[in-house]
Design a protein around this ligand. Structure first.
Ligand SMILES: [Zn+2]
Length: 84
């Protein structure tokens, strides 16, 4: 179930709401239903694209970690060479 972010046109309250497909929540502040759907949350995407996004993020993290390990190994090699 996707989380949507809404802004109430009645009282300018912004809130996030778990919403079933086809349903529109009421403003928790004033109870109004004149809501503007905001698109700022990445969670607004479907389950599939969210999974894809997190797998891309994981790959990026792995790449950074590998580069850090590589840099660390190189640093140690240079250190040993310079200090022996
Ligand atoms: Zn409101």
């Amino acid at each position: 179930m996707p989380i949507y972010e809404y802004k109430c046109r009645g009282c300018s309250n912004e809130f996030e709401e778990l919403v079933k497909i086809g349903e529109t929540p009421d403003c928790p502040s004033c109870g109004g239903s004149d809501l503007e759907k905001l698109v700022s949350l990445p969670a607004i995407s479907t389950e599939g694209s969210r999974a894809r996004t997190s797998s891309i993020a994981r790959k990026a993290t792995d790449k950074v970690r590998r580069e850090q390990q590589h840099a660390q190994a190189e640093y140690e090699r240079n250190y040993i060479r310079d200090h022996s």
